[in-house]
Ligand binder design. Structure first.
Ligand SMILES: [Zn+2]
Length: 59
């Protein structure tokens, strides 16, 4: 029952879940999201590539 209330933990870029890959929690404009270890370098070095992903969080 508790599981139903948990937000789905998955990478905002590649959609893989924490059952498949390690993910890091992010907080952006009050929204909680996650990014996996493989996508994290993209966020750091090429944040513009993920801009549309973060824009979707604002809905
Ligand atoms: Zn990812």
């Amino acid at each position: 029952m508790e599981k139903e209330n948990k937000p789905q933990v998955q990478c905002l870029n590649c959609q893989r879940s924490d059952q498949e890959v390690p993910v890091v929690a992010l907080q952006f404009k009050g929204q909680q999201t996650w990014i996996c270890n493989q996508c994290l370098p993209t966020l750091i070095h090429h944040a513009e590539r993920l801009a549309d992903k973060f824009a979707q969080l604002e809905d």
